[in-house]
Design a protein around this ligand. Structure first.
Ligand code: SAM
Length: 331
């Protein structure tokens, strides 16, 4: 943890700034082991392996813990990066462009292995704080510790230990995994200062009826399987998707005259987008779909209500890859 993160942290219960009460081990700028304390309620939060931890056993209510634990293992296994992540990220947060990050104080809700926290830092954010509930923070910390403007915090989106100081917050692929996605959205928005912006990307209800009907029951089983076993088992559906995208969807969509034909294929926009990725990323995507015990599919109508709830203005809602909603608005 870099000392300047103290400017953004606050007690999740009392909302007052935290004190750095003990520093045990440092490595360069990083406090690797130490303690943070709240002068009001006397709560103590440890800094372990460079990451301030705000996750207590009471906070980890069963369903949230299961989701986070699944992802924690996933992001510690799939630690690779991909040169396509930048474009993919921009697709999820459009109309935001890299220069939008310049000099902004940025929050990422549910940073996983830290790939987008890293991009935001590289794209010129003044500071970026990536928060995740799971042990994925270990990977995120390793990926970003050398960036002087990147910070990783282990905490729950519903109880963010952060002040309302952010110029921009974003969350991609996270809220639909929460037991109450709308409450997660409100919590994220509550840390954006008035006039700041928010981007969120979630699975859409529209066009995904087949997933809720056929894949959700499968997921109820696969999310309970030991993850090493699931890793092997998920190679079979991943291989089918990989072959379909590499042999059919990709070539047809990119070939002369093939686009019209491809537009009639099942789930074409999404599978075409995925076709650019190699095996490892496609395997991650399939594993990701099978490992999460909770997944909500959000209709456009409901998504628009979320933005109304927080009185956002200039809201732009876009349909992404014909299967998901991305939103951008001013708080
Ligand atoms: C599908 S991953 C997406 C990660 C990252 N946004 C990305 O696109 O690479 C969902 C992430 O949300 C995190 N998560 C789930 N519930 C959470 C919660 N209540 N608070 C914070 N993070 C949470 C998981 O641990 C996981 O890393």
């Amino acid at each position: 943890m870099k000392r300047k993160l103290l400017d953004y942290l606050c007690c999740p219960a009392c909302a007052v700034r935290l004190d750095l009460t003990e520093v045990v081990v440092t490595e360069g700028e990083e406090i690797m082991q130490g303690r943070l304390g709240c002068a009001v309620c006397k709560s103590v939060f440890p800094i372990v392996r460079g990451v301030p931890r705000f996750v207590s056993s009471e906070l980890l209510q069963a369903d949230k813990a299961a989701t986070a634990e699944s992802f924690g293992w996933q992001w510690q296994h799939f630690t690779h990066t991909d040169e396509l992540y930048g474009d993919q990220f921009l697709g999820w947060i459009a109309p935001v462009e890299p220069n939008f990050f310049h000099n902004k104080i940025v929050l990422e809700g549910g940073c996983g292995k830290g790939r987008h926290t890293e991009l935001a830092a590289r794209w010129g954010a003044r500071e970026v704080v990536g928060v995740d509930l799971s042990s994925a923070v270990e990977t995120a910390f390793a990926a970003t510790r050398n960036l002087e403007n990147a910070h990783i915090v282990q905490a729950d989106l519903y109880h963010l230990p952060l002040a309302r100081v952010f110029d921009y917050a974003f969350s991609v692929g996270v809220l639909h995994h929460l037991p109450d996605p709308r409450a997660g959205f409100r919590s994220l928005a509550s840390r954006v200062k008035p006039g700041g912006h928010l981007s969120v990307w979630v699975y859409g209800a529209e066009n995904n009826g087949w997933i809720t009907r056929y894949i959700n029951p499968v997921r109820k089983v696969t999310s309970r399987i030991d993850q090493r076993t699931l890793l092997q088992a998920s190679k079979f559906p991943a291989a089918l998707m990989y072959l379909a995208t590499k042999l059919v969807y990709g070539p047809l969509n990119r070939g002369v005259g093939g686009r019209e034909l491809a537009s009639h294929l099942f789930y074409n926009d999404y599978l075409n987008a995925i076709s650019k990725f190699g095996w490892r990323e496609q395997h991650t995507i399939v594993f990701d779909h099978l490992v999460a015990p909770t997944s909500h599919y959000i209709s456009r109508e409901e998504f628009a209500e979320w933005w109304n709830d927080v009185h956002a203005s200039e809201v732009q809602i876009g349909w992404h890859n014909s299967n998901s909603w991305r939103g951008f608005g001013k708080i």
